[in-house]
Design a protein around this ligand. Structure first.
Ligand SMILES: *Cc1c(COP(=O)(O)O)cnc(C)c1O
Length: 367
């Protein structure tokens, strides 16, 4: 945060704190929801305590439960899959295309069964699936689309914003995401029933959807705390600046690495205005995962090296569910996804670039 942003944020949080304790919860969360709906150009936004909670409420609102199969890319994080398993549904992992990072719709088609109810595209690293292909696929098979747009705030593809393509779009405001509040999340919906269900679900069905009585369903508490909503509102005011900054940082780092042998920039297609969440490079080196881990040790944080990101279908609880998703594995094994924050100055980005250039030059070329 810049000092000006921090001052605005502190002022807003102080105003909320001055109202607390307030068992009614005040109006900050509702204000945030209205501003989110406006910012994304959708009728409804529901704020919750995390991105995971947003996915959970969204899946429940789409009536996903025991016996249902949900298509989810293996190129995802466990946070996408955990809520659907918690609701008793079965994840069916689908592959991704190594060259485009997009969903492998042929693989998805093969995996549709009579029990398939929904598809959850995960816009990992802010890169969005083709919304036309997605809509066509979902229509053909009668599936609900629930987007995990946790990393895709600000991405637009074919004129459609990430998180506004499906029945529900889910976002995280965890510290480190582009639009952050420390912890937090929200979902976007065009249909009132979905928003009402999600709002009821996040607070023990105390404010039920029309036609339902309060406290007649057992759900959970995943409300967003008012001080965090105040932080979110402050950052939401700066959303365009935050996304533009990330895009500029990513362009700068990638430009410095463009001519390095063995590294190639994974550029989005022309129809995508990418939020630049994470500079993405394909690694054409022996033992690329070890290279990413080495960079993490050298102070260049990245998805696979620092966080050991692996295809979700290879995690212990899902192993043996089906044929491994080779495209997703190839992507994760060969992609350097550098983790950025708004604090990363030109000097930090130059240091990352130098470290990567030197590491690539000295990396043994024989496997
Ligand atoms: C961060 C993230 C989540 C989970 O969000 P939390 O707020 O940490 O619960 C889910 N999916 C993706 C792709 C994420 O990046």
């Amino acid at each position: 945060m810049t000092p000006t942003m921090a001052a605005d944020c502190a002022e807003r949080v102080a105003a909320v704190l001055a109202q607390m304790p307030d068992p009614s919860g005040g109006t900050t969360v509702a204000d945030l929801e209205r501003e989110l709906a406006d910012a994304f150009g959708v009728p409804h936004a529901v704020a919750v305590s995390s991105g995971t909670a947003a996915l959970h409420a969204a899946l429940s609102a789409c009536d996903i439960g025991p016996g249902d199969e949900v298509l989810v890319p293996a190129l995802s994080v466990v946070m996408t899959v955990a809520p659907l398993v918690a609701l008793g549904a079965t994840p069916v992992f689908i592959d991704s295309e190594p060259t485009t990072l997009d969903l492998d719709y042929e693989d998805a088609t093969r995996k549709v069964t009579a029990r398939t109810r929904a598809i959850m595209p995960v816009h990992l690293w802010g890169r969005m699936t083709d919304p036309t292909m997605l809509a066509q696929f979902a229509d053909t098979h009668g599936l609900t689309v629930i987007e995990d747009a946790a990393q895709a705030v600000g991405t637009v593809r074919s004129g459609q914003r990430a998180g506004t393509v499906g029945a529900v779009g889910c976002f995280s405001m965890k510290d480190g995401k582009i639009l952050w509040s420390g912890e937090g999340g929200f979902l976007l919906a065009s249909r009132r029933e979905i928003a009402e269900h999600a709002a009821a679900y996040r607070s023990h069905w105390q404010t039920p959807p029309s036609g339902s009585a309060p406290l007649t369903r057992l759900t959970t508490n995943s409300r967003l705390a008012a001080p965090l909503a105040a932080i979110a509102r402050s950052n939401l005011d700066q959303l365009t600046a935050l996304v533009t900054l990330r895009q500029r940082q990513t362009r700068q780092l990638l430009a410095a690495l463009e001519t390095v042998p063995a590294l190639s920039v994974l550029t989005p297609t022309a129809d995508e205005q990418w939020n630049g969440y994470s500079p993405l490079l394909h690694l054409d080196l022996p033992h690329p995962r070890e290279f990413a881990a080495y960079l993490a040790c050298q102070g260049v944080p990245n998805s696979t090296g620092s966080f050991r990101l692996v295809p979700c279908d290879t995690r212990p609880m899902f192993r043996g569910l089906g044929r491994p998703c080779r495209g997703a594995a190839h992507i994760l094994d060969h992609t350097l996804a550098v983790i950025l924050t708004e604090h990363d100055t030109d000097a930090v980005l130059d240091h990352y670039a130098d470290t990567i250039v030197q590491a690539a030059a000295s990396w043994p070329r024989t496997a």
